[in-house]
Design a protein around this ligand. Sequence first.
Ligand code: FES
Length: 162
Amino acid sequence: MAREQDSPELGAAVRALVAPLAATEAGPVLLCLQKVQEHFGYVPDGAVAVIADVCNITRADVHGVFSYYSDLKQAPGPAVPVRICAAEACQAVGARALAKAWREQCEGDPQLAQDTGVDEPVYCLGNCALGPAALVNGELVGRADVPALVGAVAAVRSGESS
Ligand code: FES
Protein backbone atom coordinates (compact mmCIF):
# COMPACT_ATOMS: atom_id res chain seq x y z
CA MET A 1 0.00 0.00 0.00
CA ALA A 2 1.23 3.45 -0.85
CA ARG A 3 2.15 5.79 1.95
CA GLU A 4 1.24 9.43 2.34
CA GLN A 5 4.71 10.51 1.26
CA ASP A 6 4.24 8.58 -2.01
CA SER A 7 1.61 11.13 -3.03
CA PRO A 8 1.83 14.35 -1.04
CA GLU A 9 -1.12 15.89 -2.86
CA LEU A 10 -3.33 12.94 -2.05
CA GLY A 11 -2.15 12.93 1.55
CA ALA A 12 -2.90 16.62 1.93
CA ALA A 13 -6.35 16.20 0.38
CA VAL A 14 -7.21 13.28 2.65
CA ARG A 15 -5.85 15.11 5.69
CA ALA A 16 -7.99 18.17 4.89
CA LEU A 17 -11.07 15.96 4.58
CA VAL A 18 -10.63 13.95 7.76
CA ALA A 19 -8.93 16.31 10.20
CA PRO A 20 -12.17 18.14 11.09
CA LEU A 21 -13.86 14.79 11.79
CA ALA A 22 -10.99 13.55 13.92
CA ALA A 23 -11.09 16.78 15.91
CA THR A 24 -14.82 16.69 16.62
CA GLU A 25 -16.08 13.10 16.50
CA ALA A 26 -15.55 10.25 18.93
CA GLY A 27 -14.39 7.08 17.14
CA PRO A 28 -14.16 8.84 13.78
CA VAL A 29 -12.50 6.12 11.68
CA LEU A 30 -15.60 4.97 9.80
CA LEU A 31 -16.71 8.57 9.28
CA CYS A 32 -13.28 9.42 7.91
CA LEU A 33 -13.31 6.48 5.51
CA GLN A 34 -16.82 7.39 4.35
CA LYS A 35 -15.79 11.01 3.84
CA VAL A 36 -12.80 9.99 1.75
CA GLN A 37 -14.94 7.64 -0.34
CA GLU A 38 -17.59 10.34 -0.78
CA HIS A 39 -14.92 12.68 -2.11
CA PHE A 40 -12.91 10.32 -4.33
CA GLY A 41 -15.53 7.66 -5.08
CA TYR A 42 -13.31 5.10 -3.32
CA VAL A 43 -10.61 4.99 -0.65
CA PRO A 44 -7.31 5.46 -2.49
CA ASP A 45 -4.04 3.85 -1.51
CA GLY A 46 -2.40 6.00 1.11
CA ALA A 47 -5.63 7.21 2.71
CA VAL A 48 -5.51 4.56 5.43
CA ALA A 49 -2.10 5.78 6.60
CA VAL A 50 -3.26 9.38 6.70
CA ILE A 51 -6.44 8.51 8.61
CA ALA A 52 -4.41 6.46 11.07
CA ASP A 53 -2.06 9.39 11.61
CA VAL A 54 -4.84 11.96 11.98
CA CYS A 55 -6.85 9.72 14.34
CA ASN A 56 -3.70 8.69 16.25
CA ILE A 57 -4.35 4.97 15.86
CA THR A 58 -2.56 2.20 14.01
CA ARG A 59 -2.91 1.53 10.29
CA ALA A 60 -4.04 -1.96 11.20
CA ASP A 61 -6.95 -0.53 13.16
CA VAL A 62 -8.02 1.66 10.23
CA HIS A 63 -7.52 -1.21 7.79
CA GLY A 64 -9.67 -3.43 10.01
CA VAL A 65 -12.59 -1.01 9.71
CA PHE A 66 -11.92 -0.49 6.00
CA SER A 67 -11.91 -4.18 5.21
CA TYR A 68 -14.99 -4.93 7.37
CA TYR A 69 -17.41 -2.75 5.41
CA SER A 70 -17.93 -4.02 1.87
CA ASP A 71 -19.39 -0.67 0.81
CA LEU A 72 -15.95 0.91 1.25
CA LYS A 73 -14.09 0.42 -2.04
CA GLN A 74 -10.39 0.18 -2.87
CA ALA A 75 -10.94 1.20 -6.49
CA PRO A 76 -13.40 3.34 -8.41
CA GLY A 77 -16.70 1.62 -9.05
CA PRO A 78 -18.65 1.42 -12.29
CA ALA A 79 -20.17 4.56 -13.78
CA VAL A 80 -23.74 3.42 -13.08
CA PRO A 81 -23.62 0.75 -10.39
CA VAL A 82 -26.48 -1.73 -10.33
CA ARG A 83 -27.10 -3.68 -7.14
CA ILE A 84 -29.86 -6.26 -6.90
CA CYS A 85 -31.12 -7.21 -3.48
CA ALA A 86 -30.14 -10.76 -2.57
CA ALA A 87 -31.85 -10.97 0.81
CA GLU A 88 -34.63 -13.39 1.67
CA ALA A 89 -37.78 -11.33 1.00
CA CYS A 90 -36.56 -10.38 -2.44
CA GLN A 91 -35.42 -13.93 -3.14
CA ALA A 92 -38.97 -15.04 -2.41
CA VAL A 93 -40.27 -12.82 -5.21
CA GLY A 94 -37.70 -13.61 -7.86
CA ALA A 95 -34.47 -11.75 -7.05
CA ARG A 96 -32.29 -14.72 -8.00
CA ALA A 97 -34.01 -15.03 -11.36
CA LEU A 98 -33.70 -11.28 -11.84
CA ALA A 99 -29.98 -11.36 -11.05
CA LYS A 100 -29.50 -14.22 -13.53
CA ALA A 101 -31.50 -12.40 -16.21
CA TRP A 102 -29.53 -9.21 -15.55
CA ARG A 103 -26.21 -11.05 -15.92
CA GLU A 104 -27.45 -12.48 -19.23
CA GLN A 105 -28.51 -9.00 -20.36
CA CYS A 106 -25.04 -7.69 -19.55
CA GLU A 107 -23.37 -10.64 -21.32
CA GLY A 108 -25.15 -9.52 -24.49
CA ASP A 109 -24.27 -5.86 -24.03
CA PRO A 110 -20.60 -5.31 -23.11
CA GLN A 111 -21.10 -1.55 -22.77
CA LEU A 112 -23.92 -2.14 -20.28
CA ALA A 113 -21.71 -4.57 -18.38
CA GLN A 114 -18.86 -2.06 -18.29
CA ASP A 115 -21.08 0.83 -17.23
CA THR A 116 -22.89 -1.07 -14.49
CA GLY A 117 -20.33 -3.56 -13.21
CA VAL A 118 -23.08 -6.16 -13.92
CA ASP A 119 -24.29 -6.52 -10.34
CA GLU A 120 -22.97 -6.30 -6.83
CA PRO A 121 -25.42 -7.98 -4.48
CA VAL A 122 -26.82 -6.00 -1.60
CA TYR A 123 -28.65 -7.42 1.40
CA CYS A 124 -31.99 -5.74 2.04
CA LEU A 125 -32.69 -2.23 0.90
CA GLY A 126 -35.62 -1.74 3.26
CA ASN A 127 -37.98 -2.06 0.30
CA CYS A 128 -39.07 -5.66 0.88
CA ALA A 129 -42.75 -5.02 0.09
CA LEU A 130 -41.80 -3.93 -3.42
CA GLY A 131 -39.31 -6.69 -4.20
CA PRO A 132 -37.38 -7.62 -6.03
CA ALA A 133 -35.61 -4.41 -5.17
CA ALA A 134 -32.51 -2.93 -6.74
CA LEU A 135 -30.36 0.15 -6.62
CA VAL A 136 -29.33 1.87 -9.83
CA ASN A 137 -26.73 4.52 -9.19
CA GLY A 138 -27.95 4.69 -5.60
CA GLU A 139 -31.62 5.15 -6.54
CA LEU A 140 -34.14 2.55 -5.45
CA VAL A 141 -36.03 0.54 -8.07
CA GLY A 142 -38.98 -1.46 -6.74
CA ARG A 143 -40.58 -4.46 -8.44
CA ALA A 144 -37.46 -4.51 -10.54
CA ASP A 145 -37.17 -6.42 -13.75
CA VAL A 146 -34.63 -6.26 -16.57
CA PRO A 147 -36.50 -3.61 -18.60
CA ALA A 148 -36.84 -1.42 -15.50
CA LEU A 149 -33.12 -1.75 -14.76
CA VAL A 150 -32.18 -1.05 -18.38
CA GLY A 151 -34.45 2.00 -18.33
CA ALA A 152 -33.03 3.27 -15.05
CA VAL A 153 -29.48 2.87 -16.36
CA ALA A 154 -30.42 4.66 -19.59
CA ALA A 155 -31.97 7.50 -17.58
CA VAL A 156 -28.78 7.94 -15.58
CA ARG A 157 -26.66 7.78 -18.75
CA SER A 158 -28.78 10.50 -20.35
CA GLY A 159 -28.58 12.69 -17.28
CA GLU A 160 -32.09 12.13 -16.03
CA SER A 161 -32.67 10.99 -12.49
CA SER A 162 -33.57 7.31 -12.26
S1 FES B 1 -35.13 -8.21 1.23
FE1 FES B 1 -34.84 -7.01 -0.54
S2 FES B 1 -35.39 -5.03 0.07
FE2 FES B 1 -35.58 -6.21 1.87
